[in-house]
Structure formats: structure tokens, C-alpha cells
Design a binder for this molecule. Structure first.
Ligand code: MG
Length: 270
């Protein structure tokens, strides 16, 4: 599959597909709306991003689907009129939360015993999932090997997903970002769906967006992504938001076409 840079001609016009009223526009947070930072608790959107996302959320249904726990992400989105926020890689909220918490509670002492003493490693308990951060490890390779060995001790009930200097551990069978996106799409009866993310966990969401009424975008070019589109880096996300804003504005200002076309005239789009 050839992947296209969504910010270049003629591909930028494809955002029109997900700009109509009734569309669901969903975003990952870290590495997508917010730059990756040395210390994950410090992650925040740039003010320029916040302004754009807020305006977009006033016009369309905007959802955030993140690996962070809900209690962690919600304050970071304060003031943005989102229609939904899903945490823990898709499982929060869900009926699976109680079972996931049980699994995670059982993994914690095993992980602490195996890698808790290694300097530069941080085990983050997100309730329904765990993140083992190794950004500050002196040897990332050694840290990853130690984490992989520890994960093997947890048995086959754990799914591990590599992130950017982090390994995410979620229970096998837990709802994924793909499940969350499909659920939101059904709940709001979305006419079209957009999703953008930057990591392996986002591939679950890309996998459910495979028709002409959806648009999957990966942050950073990848030869293996299931997303058909990419933007080169997180710093390009404001430009992408501008495209979405221009496309939604075109829909909202163009009167209904008597011929019955569903898309606006391109001369009125970005
Ligand atoms: Mg991310």
C-alpha cells in the first residue's frame, strides 16, 4: 500500500471526505496532539493546537482516544468541548475495566521484582494497563531486553505494545483503540470517521478505518502502518487541523446543492 502525505497536493483534498456534518474526528494525544516530552506527566498541547482543536470540536464531534488513564487525560483537555474521551488504549470506560484492573494488580509485583531496581525505568500503573517507560535508561536496548524478559514471566494473558521509549502492557482481550473507535462510530451514527495517532496502539484504530467514509493518518511516515495517510511529524498537526477547519467551514457555508452531490465544490474547500 502506498501511503500519502496528507499535507501535499492532491491528497490534502481527501480531508473533505471526513468534514461533513455528522463526521466523527478522533485523535490520539501523546505524540499526536501533544509533543513527546522527556517527562510524560509534563505533556501538553501547544496553545496553537488547543485553539484549533477547540474550534473543531465546536463544529464536529471530536473524540480523544489515548493510552492515558481518564483521570490523567481529562484535565489536559479542559476547555475543549469533546464529545467523548476514551482512556487506557480503548478500555476505559468499558465493562472490561474491573477484569483489567485485576490483571494489572497481579502483574505489578512481578514487574517491580524483575525491573523495578533498574535505574531510568518507570513503571506507571494506569489502572487497566501498565506502561514501562525507559526514556531515561542509560541503555535503551538493555532496558527493552529486561522488560521483555519480565513480560514473559507474566504469562500469555498480557499483550505488550511498543511505544516511543515505552512498553505498554494491556490484558489480552481488553478493548483496543479499534474497539473504542468502532463503538463511538456506532453510538453517534457517524457518517464518516477520521483518526490520527503515532504508535503501535493506534494501528488497532487504523485497522477499523478501511472504507471511503474514513481517513486514517499516522504521525510519522511508516512502511508498515495500516493508515493510508501520514503527516511527517507531530509539529505538522496544526497544519492538519487547519485543513480540517477549512474543510468543515466549506461544508458549513456552502448551501445544499440542488443536484444532490454530497461534497462541496472544491473551489470552496481548502
Ligand atoms: Mg500517541
Amino acid at each position: 500500500m502506498t501511503r500519502q502525505n496528507l499535507l501535499t497536493e492532491p491528497h490534502r483534498w481527501d480531508v473533505t471526505r471526513v468534514a461533513a456534518p455528522g463526521a466523527l474526528l478522533a485523535f490520539d494525544f501523546d505524540g499526536t496532539l501533544a509533543p513527546i516530552v522527556a517527562s510524560p506527566p509534563d505533556a501538553a498541547m501547544r496553545e496553537t493546537t488547543r485553539v484549533r482543536l477547540t474550534e473543531l470540536a465546536r463544529r464536529r464531534q471530536v473524540a480523544i482516544i489515548t493510552g492515558r488513564a481518564l483521570a490523567d487525560i481529562e484535565p489536559r483537555l479542559r476547555g475543549v468541548p469533546t464529545s467523548a474521551i476514551v482512556g487506557n488504549h480503548g478500555s476505559e470506560p468499558s465493562p472490561y475495566m474491573a477484569a483489567a484492573r485485576e490483571s494489572v494488580a497481579a502483574w505489578l509485583p512481578v514487574l517491580h521484582a524483575a525491573v523495578g531496581h533498574l535505574s531510568g525505568l518507570v513503571i506507571e500503573n494506569k489502572g487497566a494497563s501498565l506502561a514501562v517507560h525507559y526514556r531515561h535508561a542509560s541503555s535503551p536496548e538493555a532496558a527493552r531486553a529486561a522488560i521483555a524478559a519480565a513480560v514473559r514471566r507474566l504469562g500469555d494473558g498480557v499483550r505488550h505494545m511498543e511505544g516511543i521509549e515505552v512498553v505498554n502492557l494491556v490484558p489480552v482481550g481488553a478493548p483496543t483503540k479499534g474497539h473504542a473507535l468502532a463503538r463511538l462510530r456506532a453510538e453517534c451514527g457517524a457518517s464518516a470517521v477520521f483518526y490520527i495517532g503515532d504508535e503501535e496502539t493506534d494501528e488497532d484504530a487504523f485497522a477499523v478505518l478501511d472504507d471511503d467514509t474514513s481517513l486514517a493518518v499516522r504521525v510519522g511516515a511508516s512502511d508498515t502502518s495500516r493508515a493510508r495517510y501520514f503527516v511527517p511529524s507531530q509539529s505538522d498537526v496544526d497544519a492538519l487541523l487547519d485543513l480540517l477547519l477549512a474543510a468543515t467551514e466549506a461544508y458549513d457555508t456552502v448551501p445544499p446543492d440542488p443536484v444532490g452531490r454530497s461534497a462541496p465544490d472544491r473551489s470552496a474547500a481548502p
